[in-house]
Design a protein around this ligand. Structure first.
Ligand code: MOS
Length: 756
């Protein structure tokens, strides 16, 4: 690709937003959530409700030979037991993959056990207690086959895709020549563990049939897509399914596609003609709900005498299930971050007896950058350079993989802002140089952050009424990230109205598709659709006014129109305006309805690479004899295009950094090598950070205008904070103690006696 590009015009509609966007509004659903009036899926108790509990496989692989259905059924309150023998058929084979974005689902299709924790029967009862006891009474027996646990359990193979349809390998330039030309060569191996999403709200569903109409209360990140999938499995048209998901207590990627337990609850509700509730227990959140697959990564970096990369090679082996495939696309983290004349990435995979992994909090970017950022520090050390200086020498002015220019990239500004605020300039180059008053080792580390800016199909509807109020709707999902607030701000601005005149609806399948609350793209996509729907209303109002000889806008034709404070203006001409009220009054109509979709100009998608960027600096203190680590300070600076709500965006970025801390120091699921169950399947054993683990935490948002990424210039903030942070903490521990830990999470046992 040539270095010169003809100048390209920004999207004509790189729009100004009104006075709501940019305000640090407090989340509008906050009071309802903290006072308990927000209704989550499992809070629903329709008349005649039955409770379902699934029994889980206690072995890693084999066959269920017997279930004591009679014992379970004779327990008072137990109504029905679903097993592979009696469960009703599904319209779509759960082992099929009917959709590009679908998984094989464990829904009692046969007596095979594919992993420990897999549902093997469903007990439905009048009470939760009876269903729980019924599940215990099933006392399964098995024909057991040897468990295949861990990376060494099977043959490595080359997957045909990683992540969701991404190429498993990439090569640019001559990697061997790049290594041969290197002055310094480093090789780094890093392991990342199995992690489970563990949203605060466990997966739950309340299913109710009424003839061939199905109503579902279940938390979902992609309501219209999931509705279609549920409808497909049960052989009814999508419009027969109502899916309500007003609130999610977190999703992190695990609440987009249907999972087995949801299908089982829907089956039971149809079979028994009564509503059925199924809510997973915390230990079941380590089973049929997807997880982040473990990785083993190796990076080989070559660096010239000036500290510039000559070769960047990143291999990752991902662990997937025995019966389906999702490979953590970790090596792809090296495609878009640092400039190198030669880049080679490759993935391999191994099958093990575990549920199928899926997307979780920056899938690929999180695990991959955890390794890449350590490898960069190791290479910097070899070249005798400060880690920040080394990254600046390898700054990518264009996208390393595609050669395309970035639609915007303020990473340099992020480095500068975060480094200054952190005080990076006084960092001693050598490790082990700093101690605090208590004698603890102090270390400073950093990492670069990157996340792509996907756009999903999304639609919205806007209704402006003659009384000056409006209704804006899209089936978006608030997982806790603040969509109810940020999207409402965009919705109000699309019509130039104050927020209190606008009713905003989301979280329901009767609304236009809000796309996916995932990929950090929800504000850009659902927000873009809302803004376009409001714009469609303004266009129609303008048409009405333009044709009306009594309107000051008479004859304005198809000039663009904008709105402020209940008035319609010719775009760019403040002298010509008419009020909504007068336009409606003269025209006599009661309301104007508009529709809109999310969009990105095809020309811009083709010409530019689009990413959010950031930099995280971390300080750790390590007790020299106990090995205890505290992350005492983190400063992150992020450039993510237009920020709709600074308070919620900062909260998202902080949340991402906290999940990075969690990845670095806390989270790991351990499988029993014989039976394959997760031995730490609770919050006592599976650690996530608590307030005491998170000390100084500061977020800086760097101003960035991106006229190409989408009409509103929004890039997304949901996942980028976890990238870069993991490596920053690993690097800080190395700087504190001199120890380079190559397996996450970093534990006390890795650091105990660091002072000896
Ligand atoms: Mo996310 S892993 O895009 O919900």
């Amino acid at each position: 690709m040539s270095d010169t590009h003809t100048p390209i015009a920004p999207t004509a509609s790189h729009v100004r937003l009104g006075s709501n966007a940019g305000q640090p509004m407090t989340r509008r659903d906050g009071v309802a959530k903290v006072t308990g009036s927000a209704v989550y899926a499992a809070d629903n108790r329709p008349e005649g409700l039955l409770h379902a509990v699934f029994a889980s496989a206690g072995i890693a692989r084999g066959r269920v030979t017997r279930l004591d259905v009679d014992a379970a059924k004779s327990h008072p309150g137990v109504v029905e037991i679903l097993t592979p023998q009696n469960r009703p058929p599904l319209q779509i084979d759960p082992d099929a993959k009917p959709h590009a974005f679908s998984w094989r689902i464990e829904a009692l299709q046969d007596d095979t056990v594919r992993y420990a924790g897999q549902p093997i029967a469903l007990v439905v009862a009048e009470t939760l207690e009876a269903a729980t006891e019924g599940a215990r009474l099933l006392a399964p027996t098995y024909e057991e086959e040897p468990a295949r646990i861990g990376f060494d359990s099977g043959a490595l193979y080359e997957p045909s895709a990683v992540g969701i349809g991404a190429a498993p390998s990439f090569t640019k330039g001559d990697i061997d020549a790049g290594h041969a030309a290197a002055e310094y060569s480093t090789e780094t191996s890093i392991e990342t563990p199995i992690q489970y999403h563990n949203a605060m709200e466990p997966h739950a569903i309340v299913a109710e049939w009424n003839g061939d109409r199905l109503t579902l209360d279940t938390p979902n990140q992609a309501i219209i897509m999931a509705r279609g999938m549920f409808a497909g499995y049960f052989g009814v048209p999508p419009e027969n399914v109502t899916l309500r998901s007003p609130y999610l207590g977190g999703g992190f990627g695990s609440k987009a596609i249907p999972i087995g337990p949801q299908l089982l609850a829907i089956m039971a509700a149809r079979m028994l003609q009564r509503p059925v509730k199924l809510a997973l227990r915390r230990d079941q959140m380590f089973g049929p709900v997807q997880h982040r697959g473990a990785t083993r990564q190796t990076l080989k970096l070559g660096t010239d005498v000036d500290g510039r990369l000559t070769a960047l090679e990143h291999h990752s082996t991902g662990m997937t299930s025995s019966f389906d495939e999702f490979i953590e696309p970790a090596a792809n983290a090296s495609l878009n971050m640092y400039a190198s004349p030669a880049i080679a990435t490759r993935h391999k995979a191994v099958r093990a007896d575990i549920g199928t992994p899926g997307p979780m909090r920056a899938p690929g970017e999180a695990s991959g950058s955890a390794a890449l950022e350590c490898a960069m520090d190791i290479a910097a050390e070899a070249a005798g350079l400060d880690p920040l200086e080394f990254r600046l020498r390898n700054y990518a002015e264009t996208d390393p993989a595609s050669g395309k220019p970035f639609s915007s990239k303020a990473l340099r500004e992020c480095y500068a802002a975060a480094a200054k605020h952190f005080g990076w300039a006084s960092r001693p180059l050598a490790p082990g140089q700093m101690r605090d008053d208590a004698g603890r080792f102090v270390g400073w580390g950093m990492g670069s952050c990157l996340f792509p800016n996907p756009m999903f199909p999304a639609q919205a509807r806007a209704v402006l009424r003659r009384d000056g109020t409006a209704l804006l709707e899209t089936a978006g999902a608030d997982m806790g990230q603040g969509a109810w607030t940020a999207l409402a701000q965009i919705a109000a601005d699309s019509l130039g109205l104050p927020l209190d005149r606008v009713e905003f609806r989301a979280g329901h399948s009767a609304l236009p598709s809000g796309g996916v609350a995932g990929g950090s793209g929800h504000t850009a996509t659902a927000g873009g659709a809302l803004h376009a729907a409001g714009g469609d209303v303004l266009r129609q109002l303008g048409e009405i006014a333009s044709a009306d000889p009594d309107s000051p806008l008479f004859g304005a034709g198809n000039a663009g129109f904008v709105a402020r404070d209940g008035r319609l203006y010719v775009d760019g001409d403040d002298s010509r305006s008419d009020s909504f009220a007068d336009i409606f009054a003269r025209n006599g109509s009661a309301e104007v309805t508009g529709e809109g979709s999310a969009s990105r100009a095809a020309e811009h998608a083709e010409r530019f690479a689009m990413y959010s960027h950031g930099a995280v600096f971390a300080e750790v203190k390590v007790d020299p004899s106990l090995g205890q680590v505290r992350v005492t300070r983190m400063v992150g600076a992020f450039a993510a295009g237009r920020i709709i709500n600074p308070k919620l965006a900062e909260s998202q970025l902080m949340g991402g950094m906290i999940w990075g801390l969690s990845f670095a120091l806390h989270e790991a699921a351990k499988q029993d090598p014989r039976r394959g169950h997760i031995v730490n399947a609770d919050f006592g054993g599976y650690h996530v950070p608590v307030n005491a683990d998170v000390q100084g935490l500061e977020v800086i948002t760097v101003h960035e205008e991106d006229p190409f990424v989408n009409p509103l210039g929004i890039k997304g903030v949901g996942e980028i904070g976890i990238t870069g942070t993991v490596g920053a903490i690993g690097n800080a521990i190395r700087h504190a103690t001199g120890r380079r830990i190559r397996s996450y999470p970093i534990r006390v046992r890795d650091l105990v006696g660091a002072g000896d």
